[in-house]
Design a protein around this ligand. Structure first.
Ligand code: HEC
Length: 123
């Protein structure tokens, strides 16, 4: 009874209320819940991608803004395809770049960071 009242006030859900109406609005809720869950999962992926960016900004961007190199302009981060090259450089350093040990950047973070650099600074 109350349900019929509401559906006659809100025409979008209403129209001609049939016996199936309850079922339909339940389906709607299920669909919305599924969509919300999907969006939540997508933002987790976006967050994972941003972790590399956050590390880069905190530890590398000072000398490598936009993937360049303010100290040695030829040694940019652009066009690198091998993550191991980046990870080795991060750990050992060379020239004017000091290395970062596992306390500064964990093993897992070096991988996330390398993936971010490769995908962001293609050229
Ligand atoms: C103090 C400035 C400085 C910081 C901070 C710094 N770098 Fe460097 N980076 C350099 C310099 C200078 C070189 C060139 C090294 C050389 O002459 O051998 C270099 C070289 C590199 C190279 C080799 C590039 C090439 O093509 O030869 C990579 C990869 C690299 N840096 C990654 C990073 C990453 C990742 C970070 C952050 C974790 C970082 N660097 C932080 C100064 C820095």
């Amino acid at each position: 009874m109350i349900y019929r009242c509401i559906t006659s006030i809100i025409p979008e859900i209403g129209g001609k209320p049939t016996e199936n109406e309850g079922e339909k609005s339940h389906m709607k809720k299920v669909l919305i819940a599924t969509a919300v869950l999907g969006i939540t999962m997508m933002s987790t992926v976006v967050f994972a991608a941003d972790a590399g960016e956050a590390i880069f900004k905190a530890k590398c961007a000072g000398c490598h803004p936009k993937g360049g190199n303010i100290m040695k302009p030829a040694a940019t981060l652009k066009g690198i395809t091998d993550p191991e090259k980046i990870i080795k450089q991060v750990r050992k350093g060379s020239g004017a770049m000091r290395g970062f040990d596992a306390k500064a950047i964990s093993d897992a973070d070096t991988k996330v960071l390398a993936a971010y650099i490769i995908k962001t600074f293609k050229k």
